[in-house]
Write a protein that binds this ligand. Structure first.
Ligand SMILES: C[S@@+](CC[C@H](N)C(=O)[O-])C[C@H]1O[C@@H](n2cnc3c(N)ncnc32)[C@H](O)[C@@H]1O
Length: 263
C-alpha cells in the first residue's frame, strides 16, 4: 500500500491538514519526559513538526522516500526512510535502542500497519512503564450541508470500491482497532478521544485534497476518473453558493492513547 502515497506525494503535502496544538499538549501531558519521540508513517511530516516544538528530538520515519522529500526540515527532526517491516536489529539501528523512547505517534497511518508485529516493536522501544503510544485518524471533512452532500456521495458511493479494506478502521473512528495498551494517567480507557483540525481551503485545494486519497489513485490506475467533469462542476457550484473563495474545512480527529506498562 505504501505505493499509494508515492504518486500523489506533492498533493498530499499541499492539501492534508496539520494537527491542532491541543492534541499535542494532551499527548505530551501524558509522557513524564519529553526527550525523544518517534513519528511512524510521518508522510511529509504533518505531525513531526508540531512534536518538534515539545520534544528535544523527533525521529520521523516513512516507507516512502517521495513523501519525505516534501517534509519541512527542522534541526531536531531526523527523517528516515525505512522498509515496511523491520527486524528488531533494524529498529535498533534505524530508530533507537530498547526502552529509549518517550512517545510513539502514528498519525493517519496505523490502519495500514501489521498490528501484532508493530505493537511488539512499540513495546520493545518505549520506556517502561510510562512510555506512551498515541495513534489518531481523521475521517472525511465537513464544510457545509451542500458540499458535504456532494462529498458523501463521492466518498460513500463512487470511491467505495477503491478503498483498501483497512479504511474501515478509520470509518469506525479507530473504535474497533486492536490497541493493547493501558490507559494513560488520568484516563480510564484508551479512547478514542475527540479533537478537530481546521484548514482554510479554496475549491481547487479541496479537489486536490480528494486527488490525494489513496482510493483516487487506485481508481485512476484502474481507468476510473472519480473527479469527472460533471462531478467537478457539481462541486464548484456547491462551493460557490453563498460566496466563492476560501472556506474553513473541519476534519474530525479520533485519538487512541495508552502507556506501555511493565511488559
Ligand atoms: C495517510 S499517510 C499519513 C501521513 C502523515 N502521518 C499525516 O498525518 O498526514 C500514511 C503514511 O504511512 C506510510 N506508511 C505506510 N505503511 C508504512 C509502514 N509499514 N511503515 C512506515 N510508514 C508507512 C505511507 O508511506 C504514508 O506516508
Amino acid at each position: 500500500m505504501a505505493e499509494l502515497f508515492v504518486k500523489q506525494a506533492k498533493q498530499y503535502a499541499d492539501t492534508r491538514p496539520s494537527y491542532p496544538p491541543e492534541l499535542f499538549q494532551f499527548i505530551a501531558s501524558k509522557t513524564p519526559s519529553q526527550h525523544l519521540a518517534w513519528d511512524v508513517g510521518t508522510g511529509s511530516g504533518q505531525a513531526a513538526q508540531s512534536l518538534a516544538e515539545i520534544y528535544n528530538k523527533v525521529i520521523a520515519t516513512d516507507t516512502s522516500e517521495k513523501q519525505l522529500e516534501y517534509a519541512t526540515k527542522l534541526p531536531n527532526v531526523l527523517y528516515k526512510q525505512t522498509p515496511p517491516t523491520m527486524s528488531m536489529t533494524e529498529i535498533e539501528k534505524k530508530v533507537s535502542p530498547q526502552s529509549s523512547i518517550d512517545l510513539v505517534i502514528i498519525a493517519q497511518a496505523l490502519h495500514w500497519f501489521d498490528h501484532p508485529t508493530f505493537y511488539q516493536q512499540v513495546k520493545w522501544i518505549l520506556k517502561k512503564p510510562h512510555g506512551v503510544i498515541a495513534a489518531w485518524c481523521y475521517t472525511i471533512p465537513r464544510v457545509n450541508e451542500k458540499i458535504n452532500t456532494v462529498l458523501d456521495r463521492l466518498y460513500y458511493i463512487d470511491s467505495k470500491p477503491f478503498w483498501d479494506p483497512a479504511r474501515k478502521l478509520v470509518e469506525n473512528e479507530y473504535r474497533s482497532i486492536d490497541f493493547p495498551f493501558e490507559p494513560v494517567d488520568g484516563a480510564d480507557h484508551t479512547g478514542p478521544f475527540e479533537f478537530v483540525t481546521k484548514k482554510v481551503m479554496d475549491s481547487d485545494d479541496f479537489l486536490r485534497y480528494i486527488r490525494s486519497w489513496s482510493a483516487y489513485q487506485t481508481a485512476k490506475e484502474k481507468g476510473v476518473e472519480l473527479l469527472r467533469n460533471d462531478v467537478v462542476e457539481e462541486f464548484q457550484s456547491a462551493w460557490n453558493e453563498g460566496g466563492d473563495g476560501q472556506k474553513v474545512v473541519e476534519f474530525p480527529i479520533f485519538l487512541r492513547i495508552g502507556r506501555v506498562g511493565d511488559v
